[in-house]
Design a protein around this ligand. Structure first.
Ligand code: F6P
Length: 523
């Protein structure tokens, strides 16, 4: 069954939220904390090793209750059940949306058109395990008999960003294989990678769900030509692997059938790192770690599906985001991971969020008259503090922030980690509470700058009141990363349900592709 079609702005709660906003727009975080000493305890929750604190938002219990009633009114529960059960909720492409099935360890079958998808998933996982073990152990040999040292993932969009982000994020857990990613049609990208590898010891994984994507096929052809300068066509099967739904196209490209890892149309590209698209992850960190990633995501899947909305992390994060997007008119959201390993996380999330919810037509085919998809951007803390954070502290825009942090460091450089953590909390505090005129005045006095007060005071005041969430894990592991990614996937799903849009197609990217294929633009 498709998702219900409920226009959010026509619900009774939307009107109540609009009324409530007239008061809430004046909320000051400083005041809200002063009025309620238990605010942090009341507006936070834990899930396993994860602690989420959403107290530094311009909300009260009343706001949350109204947002929760919006979730009820748009029948979010019904939508979640359809999402997990394999209903064809991707109506415009007539597909189910089942990335959650990829990480499900339950024995319950999930049917699409009367066929249980679980056996296919298990068989693909077995194939990934056997293959990655063989390559990592050195039993898989290249055409001159040498073991594999390098992996090149050739793909773009969801066939690149997810695996690339995860391989980078879990570098601490990597084995001896070096993993590279080629995505851009810009020949400079491929050229730089070819400089670093040898055809004798490199495995190329061509990842394309459709196997028609211009950039990927072009890059794969260029790499094969480069490979054939040293090897013969008979050696291709030892070095080229494909991940795709389109077996005929892979066959035509010349990749051996036994080297094809299946993909399914019920897994969206941007949600596919859990599938065979994650083969490069599996090779980089080993199958057991890959399974841990899946387990972390499954933990959040079960939480999202079974927990009441008032204690449901993805639901609450989504509702708060809708609150800022649709009532405060916030245009963007910032993602700030306090881990250098998560450098690629904001870029990865941009595709998941913006390709999913950048939609201007609702589930009734009508143009929406309210804002949908938020713009996601960010970088790693603390580097961002020395770059664009000035605009949050002293600029004119409302930009809610998600701070993502880890209590423990991976390398035991405790002194560094303490300072990193101090910055993690200091930024949240500074954004929320700022610095009053009185405090700024006092500071100038203490610093013997009384003579400059009249001139400098306005520049030394911080208004604060910039909202943020704190998403804090014990440690960066495959399990916690799986949890983190799944939280955002379900947050984005929830927002799509509220906005009454189809979050799982991406027709918006087609026009540019068509024009690029039709025209040769000369410089
Ligand atoms: O152009 C956008 C897109 O369709 C993404 O949604 C997708 O992740 C990417 O291209 C790659 O597609 P494919 O895996 O079919 O090559």
């Amino acid at each position: 069954m498709p998702l219900l079609n409920i226009k959010p702005t026509q619900t009774a709660t939307w009107k109540k939220l609009a009324n409530h906003f007239n008061e809430a727009k004046n909320y000051e975080l400083r005041e809200l904390f002063r009025e309620n000493k238990n605010r942090e305890e009341e507006l936070s929750f834990s899930l396993d090793e994860l602690f989420v604190d959403y107290s530094k938002n311009r909300i009260t219990k009343e706001t949350i209750n109204l947002l929760l009633s919006l979730a009820e009114e748009v029948e979010l529960k019904d939508a979640i059940e359809k999402y997990f059960s394999g209903d064809k909720i991707n109506v415009t492409e007539n597909r189910a949306v089942l990335h959650t099935a990829l990480r499900s360890s339950s024995d319950n079958p999930i049917f699409i058109d009367g066929k249980d998808v679980k056996p296919q998933i298990q068989s693909a996982l077995r194939k990934m395990k056997a293959f990655s073990n063989k390559v990592i152990s050195g039993k898989w040999k290249g055409y001159t008999g040498k073991p594999i040292t390098d992996i090149v993932n050739i793909g773009i969009g969801g066939s690149d960003l997810g695996p690339n982000m995860v391989v980078e994020a879990l570098r601490f857990y990597k084995n001896k294989l070096n993993t590279h990613f080629v995505s851009n049609i810009d020949g400079d990208h491929i050229s730089e990678i070819l400089k670093k590898i040898s055809p004798e010891t490199t495995l190329f994984i061509v990842v394309s769900k459709s196997f028609t994507t211009q950039e990927t096929i072009n890059n794969a052809n260029t790499i094969r030509d480069w490979f054939l300068k040293s090897a013969t066509v008979f050696d291709v099967s030892k070095h080229f692997i494909a991940v795709s739904c389109n077996i005929n196209a892979v066959d035509n490209f010349g990749i051996d059938k036994k080297n094809i890892f299946p993909m399914w149309d019920w897994v969206g590209g941007r949600f596919s790192l859990w599938s065979t698209v994650g083969l490069s992850i599996c090779l980089a960190i080993g199958f057991d770690n890959f399974k841990e990633l899946l387990k972390g995501a499954e933990k959040v899947d079960n939480h999202f599906r079974n927990t009441s909305f008032d204690k449901n992390i993805p639901v609450i994060l989504a509702l708060i985001s809708v609150w800022y997007n649709n009532f405060f008119g916030a245009e963007t959201e910032m993602i700030l991971p306090y881990s250098e390993y998560l450098e690629k996380f904001p870029a990865y999330l941009q595709q998941v969020a913006m390709e999913s919810n950048g939609k201007n037509v609702d589930r009734d085919g009508d143009e929406v008259d309210y804002q949908t998809g938020t713009i996601v951007w960010g970088g790693t803390g603390v580097n961002s503090q020395h770059a664009f954070m000035q605009l949050l502290h002293h600029g004119t825009k409302l930009i809610p922030v998600d701070f993502i942090g880890f209590k423990e460091s991976l390398h035991n450089l405790e002194d560094h980690h303490e300072k990193l953590t101090a910055n993690y909390f200091a930024q949240q505090e500074a954004l929320a509470f700022g610095k009053t005129k009185e405090d700024a005045h006092l500071d100038l006095k203490i610093n013997n700058e009384s003579n400059k007060i009249s001139k400098l005071l306005p520049y030394k005041v911080f208004k604060g009141n910039q909202p943020s969430n704190s998403i804090l894990f014990d440690k960066l592991t495959p399990f916690s990363l799986g949890m983190l990614i799944a939280i955002y996937e379900h947050k984005i799903f929830t927002q799509g349900v509220i906005w009454n849009i189809y979050s799982f197609d991406q027709f918006g990217v087609e026009l540019g592709k068509e024009l690029a294929q039709k025209n040769v633009y000369c410089l």
